[in-house]
Design a protein around this ligand. Structure first.
Ligand code: NAP
Length: 472
């Protein structure tokens, strides 16, 4: 470290970059976690870096090649300043207003909670220094992500600000650091950007609630019908079945309903467009929200289907199953009688497993193609072929698999314990409806109208009126 320390400026690495006058200088206020990580990336990208700190001589470690100065001096050395300081400490910036006038100030700050302050941090900064051009940016990246460089998940820098030149200057730096830039408009979008890092799986909330609700419903429904009924009506304690048999009925039932819920909004949207005769009217909010969480619904459905496959593979090693098999073999030996081979049963079980396996294979394909790295490599047509055409085929196979499971059981009165239908019948309602509605939309006359509407054709008012009077 240099022994000659000026009162206001100190170079921690005097030999190299700091001396090169050709390098563009960038200033960072604050030598904390984000300031250090951002500084390191800026230096790696060829910028000359000057830190503004409260304690230029005794601040924490900074990346080699950076200079540390007082805020006043540092502000004068660059036209762009990253404010890597918590919003609570912004007051000191007011005193620097003369040095910061006309400069680009990048606000990277976040809050601990939503709506903590009446205005966004960036708007507050703009109020403190009206002569500066405040740009909100980099707040959605963590210090850790900045240190590690852009990866798939952290490739984007969102920015907003009122001055186009200032935004351009920040966009150029972001691009040089290897990020792609998303301009979110004027500074009034700052609050939205500040809320980004505070989100907690927002798109998973509705699917998770649905999953929990459906799982709870099927669990208690099947518990009542299978376990409690056996205890009350026949005096048998088969509560051990909760762990495997019951779970292996709940998982596929919920999975099938969730899969059909991925496709139901698309079908409803089709009918909306047919009814309105245009694609240019907004869908109701609930339908928009539903459509936006289809990927999550599908992934949860896939997870439950995988559990169903795993549990089914475990069936042969269950104690209960082995006990029943041994019992039936011994009773056949004792009575010297062999049960005849039932070809219908063989067809039924083989078809049931085969269609289930096919359905699960397609399920996996849908899940894999929804991974960003895979979907990014597909053309729009390829993606929509897999997600739509193969998606409906998956739904068809899984629904058919469940019908095969039921076979002719719906004919037997003993299946309707306490006058309630078996669980598999309940879970068939939504997927069957979706498939029927989808078939209706595929009818040539309907499909033709829908395709025209989706290509931009609109029904005129006279056509609308005559349709309405016909309906009346
Ligand atoms: P930090 O580690 O606490 O560092 C903040 C720096 O601010 C300190 O090192 C200090 O630098 C300076 N400072 C502290 N008190 C001050 C005061 N009273 N007056 C003036 N300067 C003061 O915080 P950080 O994690 O780097 O975060 C900085 C900003 O970036 C915050 O607004 C945060 O919301 C935002 N951010 C952080 C991350 C992250 O991953 N850490 C991610 C996105 C956004 P000197 O001692 O050199 O003056």
């Amino acid at each position: 470290m240099s022994e000659e320390v000026k009162p206001e400026s100190m170079s921690l690495y005097p030999a190299s970059a700091a001396a090169n006058p050709e390098q563009e200088a960038v200033c960072i206020f604050g030598t904390g976690d984000l300031g250090r990580s951002l500084g390191q990336r800026l230096l790696q990208s060829g910028y000359r870096l000057v830190y503004g700190s409260r304690r230029p001589h005794s601040c924490g470690p900074v990346p080699p090649g950076a200079q540390v100065m007082s805020h006043e001096v540092a502000a004068q050395s660059a036209s762009l300043v990253f404010v890597c300081v918590q919003r609570e400490h912004y007051d000191f910036l007011e005193t620097l207003a003369p040095q910061l006038n006309g400069k680009v100030l990048v606000d990277v700050s976040n809050n601990l909670k939503k709506n903590m302050y009446p205005e966004a941090n960036a708007e507050y900064l703009q109020k403190l220094i009206p002569g500066a051009h405040v740009v909100k940016a980099f707040n959605t990246l963590s210090a850790w992500a900045l240190q590690n460089g852009p990866s798939d998940a952290n490739r984007q820098v969102y920015l907003c600000g009122n001055n186009p030149e200032a935004k351009q200057a920040v966009a150029v730096i972001s691009t040089k650091l290897g990020f792609t830039v998303q301009d979110r408009g004027s500074l009034s979008a700052a609050r939205e950007l500040e809320d980004f890092p505070l989100q907690l799986f927002p798109e998973w909330r509705l699917p998770m609630r649905l999953t929990i609700g459906l799982t709870a419903f099927f669990f208690f429904y099947l518990l009542t019908r299978d376990v409690i009924y056996a205890y009350v009506d026949e005096g048998r304690d088969i509560s051990f079945r909760i762990m495997m048999s019951l779970a292996n009925k709940v998982f596929p039932s919920v999975s099938l309903i969730l899969l059909s819920l991925c496709y139901l909004p698309g079908v409803i949207a089709g009918f909306f467009q047919l009814y309105r005769g245009t694609k240019y009217k907004r869908f109701p909010d609930w339908l928009d929200r539903w459509m936006l969480c289809r990927k999550q619904l599908g992934l949860i459905a896939l997870a439950l289907a995988s559990l169903h496959v795993l549990y089914t593979l475990l069936i042969p090693i269950r104690y209960y199953v082995r006990f029943r098999l041994a019992g039936s073999t011994i009773s056949q030996i004792k009575s010297n009688k062999t049960s005849p081979f039932d070809t219908t049963m063989a067809w039924r079980t083989d078809s049931y497993y085969a269609i289930g396996a096919l359905g699960f294979g397609l399920y996996l394909l849908l899940g894999i193609s929804s991974l960003p790295s895979v979907s990014n490599a597909l053309s729009w047509r390829e993606f929509s072929f897999i997600q739509s055409k193969l998606g409906y085929l998956t739904l068809f196979f899984c629904t058919f698999h469940t019908y095969l499971y039921g076979w002719d059981r719906f004919l037997y009165i003993s299946q309707y314990k306490w006058y309630t239908p078996p669980g598999y019948m309940l879970c068939l309602v939504v997927p069957s409806l979706v498939l029927v509605f989808r078939l209706l939309l595929l009818l040539p006359c309907v499909d033709k109208s829908l395709s025209r509407i989706r290509q931009g054709w609109e029904r005129t008012d006279t056509e609308n009126d005559s349709k309405k009077s016909l309906l009346a």
